[in-house]
Design a protein around this ligand. Structure first.
Ligand code: DX5
Ligand code: ZN
Length: 226
């Protein structure tokens, strides 16, 4: 995984057909997805439950791009090796998930993955300031985590602040929640480069009719071009 700040679209398979993940991943990659975003929820840190390491390992067989695993779980550390074994390229934990994010990020890198740190809407940019040398990606939540299809919360000022404190470090800024062709330009202009999108990408398409996936991805990319 080489680093660059070009805009990447990371469809969240939370909006895919849960009975057909393999073909959904193949379809969305064929339609232009840059990364695949996998939302892991534990019914404790967030009020919803999705998949664990064996499911993520099964997804891996179909992912040819980058598997970006977003952990909405607490605690985190006991599961890091399981997600490394499942084949995560990027593993992101929430800074709110426990008191020892520094240790968590060290452990993620130590297990051979890129280390991400996510911030809920109520958490300031400064919460990760002293973690940036251990971090490959900061995920700015633009919804309260737990569900797809929620309304975008404007975190543009936080993105701008992060861009400033990241400086020259090779750290991605990812936006997660409510990204569509209307909201994407706001966050890209502020310095984001990875855009997670669930409902805005999967809307109108299916494994049998995947062309809308491509149209949706291109619409987001066009909204931030130039
Ligand atoms: C929210 C998840 C997001 C979500 C995005 O808890 O982390 O990745 O699936 O979905 P949309 O794009 O529909 O807001
Ligand atoms: Zn996510």
């Amino acid at each position: 995984m080489s680093f660059d700040r070009s805009v990447k679209i990371a469809p969240s398979i939370l909006s895919a057909d849960f009975a057909d993940f393999g073909r959904e991943i193949q379809a969305i990659e064929a339609q232009g997805a840059d990364w695949i975003h996998v939302d892991v929820m534990d019914g404790h840190f967030v009020p919803n439950l999705t998949f664990g390491p064996p499911a993520v390992k099964a997804f891996r067989k179909h992912v040819k791009t980058v598997m970006d695993v977003h952990l909405m779980i607490s605690p985190v550390d006991a599961y890091i090796d399981a997600y490394a074994d499942a084949g995560a390229d990027v593993l992101t934990a929430h800074v709110e998930a426990g008191p020892h994010s520094h240790r968590t990020l060290q452990a993620i890198r130590g297990a051979g993955m890129k280390a991400g740190i996510a911030l809920n809407p109520g958490t300031p940019a400064e919460a990760v300031e002293h973690l940036l040398d251990l971090t490959d990606l900061v995920c700015v939540m633009t919804v309260n985590p737990g569900f797809g299809g929620q309304k975008f919360i404007d975190m543009t000022a936080k993105v701008r602040k992060l861009r400033e404190i990241i400086g020259d470090r090779p750290v991605h800024i990812e936006i997660d929640g409510g990204v569509d062709p209307t909201t994407a330009p706001l966050v890209v202009e502020a310095g984001a480069d990875v855009l997670v999108a669930g409902s805005a990408v999967f809307r109108g398409g299916s494994v049998e009719n995947p062309a809308p996936y491509g149209e949706n991805i291109r619409a987001i990319k066009a909204s931030v071009a130039g």
